[in-house]
Design a protein around this ligand. Structure first.
Ligand SMILES: Nc1nc2c(ncn2[C@@H]2O[C@H](COP(=O)(O)OP(=O)(O)O)[C@@H](O)[C@H]2O)c(=O)[nH]1
Ligand SMILES: [Mg+2]
Length: 417
């Protein structure tokens, strides 16, 4: 397999992901940065483009973050600028201007992507316990500009049940009033009201934490639903809470790797060409690492790969790196040394499919298990190894690939598993 052409193919997939633009608007201290951190794992404190929080220089303008597209998170975020309590009017003016400059343009029934905002999360601070006039003004503007909107009641762990109910009722009443004014309904105007606690206080019980996690997941799912279809995949890729939905994205990359391998008829004969297949595998793994936000561990896996004696080939490579017995490989490819050219691509593709499905599935399991827990790297690696082995054995049962249709079928089963 020609590594360069595979990388080109993988790049094409990445280029096909259209970056959604999500604006997170709300008062200073409403919990916007905490929300961004919880959903996307992006730390905006002190990062280029977004500087808010106590003691940090505050930007006074809406700034797109990041300034340049990032490969590991295909998304753009706008965090509304921080402002001092008495400068409400200034904040309001800036926000209205911002919304007008970037309203979602509908051209021939298609949404144009240039500089428009595809979704707003409007944060209403639970801690403030108040839904204010300027909140209403901004929300109205968002809807006049036809931007899908989720009103997010934040920091709900700081509210008593009664207070939360009151705040919710107040917001709902306003939205209904607005819907009437704009001659629509909450539903067809694409307005949702959700509640979260992105960074609950330390005394929160584990059960409550899980409930809050569930609420954040609802925010993610609603966001996907409200986004124009073409931006959904990149959003799924970028968020870190709905892990299962990522399978669809992982498959886009896996199928590319498998198909390219199939087409190239490359034969992964142990002892002769291990690194070519490893190249395919490694490029794919790197892409999968990003989808599951596992990049910080890529290096370690790479070091394992590099430590392998090249001459001992794939059998040992697979065995050493990922702790699989070498027999697995000979069972997978019994006729390896006698097959003709035409089946060769099938064998290579079967191997790539097997190993990358096992890898993606393992990342999924690791992510689900450690989603909201603080665990050590060693624990993650231990869990990873065990599960990879199990998954490799499982996908090893897949029939050998004889054509591209076989690959599609495996994909369908994997996504719906
Ligand atoms: N109790 C509680 N505190 C929160 C929550 N979310 C954020 N905070 C705290 O509220 C403060 C402001 O949050 P931040 O995300 O910086 O707000 P921003 O100014 O809107 O970006 C910080 O001290 C956070 O730790 C939450 O869900 N519960
Ligand atoms: Mg902030």
């Amino acid at each position: 397999m020609d590594l360069e052409s595979l990388e080109k193919e993988l790049q094409k997939i990445k280029n096909s992901l259209k970056y959604p633009c999500v604006a997170i608007i709300g008062k200073t201290g409403a919990g916007k940065s905490s929300l961004i951190k919880a959903v996307f794992g992006i730390d905006t404190q002190g990062v280029e483009g977004i500087k808010t929080g106590a003691g940090k220089p505050q930007t006074t303008e809406y700034e797109k973050y990041p300034k340049h597209p990032r490969e590991d998170k295909p998304i753009y975020l706008y965090d509304s600028p921080g402002y001092e309590a008495h400068k409400t009017q200034e904040f309001l003016d800036k926000t209205i201007k911002f919304l007008d400059e970037r309203k979602l343009k509908v051209i021939n029934n298609n949404f144009s992507s240039d500089d428009s905002i595809h979704l707003v999360w409007y944060a209403v601070a639970g801690s403030g316990k108040r839904f204010e006039e300027f909140d209403k003004t901004i929300i109205k503007k968002i809807k006049e500009n036809k931007i899908p909107l989720i009103i997010v009641l934040t920091q709900i762990d700081m509210l008593k049940n009664k207070e939360l109910t009151e705040l919710k009722t107040e917001v709902k009443n306003y939205v209904d009033e607005l819907a009437k004014e704009l001659q629509g309904t909450r539903k067809n105007l694409n307005i949702e009201i959700l509640e979260v606690a992105a960074d609950p206080h330390e005394r929160t019980s584990i059960i409550e934490k899980q409930e809050y996690q569930e609420k954040l997941l609802q925010l993610v799912d609603k966001s996907i639903e409200l986004l124009p279809t073409t931006y959904q995949n990149a959003f799924i890729y970028s968020q870190e809470l709905n892990i299962k939905k990522k399978r669809k994205i992982a498959w886009l990359f896996i199928v590319t790797g498998a198909s390219a391998t199939f087409a190239s008829s490359f034969t992964p004969i142990p002892g002769t060409t291990p690194f070519a297949t490893f190249g395919t595998q490694y490029s794919l793994f790197q892409e999968l690492d990003k989808i599951y936000s596992f990049q910080k561990y890529s290096q370690e896996i790479k070091e394992l790969v590099n430590s392998i004696d090249q001459n001992r080939g794939l059998v040992l490579a697979a065995g050493l790196v990922l702790d699989i017995g070498s027999t697995t490989f000979s069972i997978l490819f019994p006729g390896l040394f006698v097959v003709g050219e035409t089946i060769a691509g099938g064998i290579a593709a079967t191997y790539i499919l097997n190993v990358s499905l096992a890898y993606a599935k393992t990342l999924e399991e690791v992510s689900l298990r450690y989603l909201s827990l603080d665990v050590t790297k060693d624990e993650i690696f231990k869990y990873f190894k065990e599960h990879f082995k199990k998954n490799f054995d499982k996908y090893n049962q897949l029939p050998n690939i004889k054509g591209v249709k076989d690959i599609d079928k495996i994909g369908e089963e994997y996504i719906n598993e």
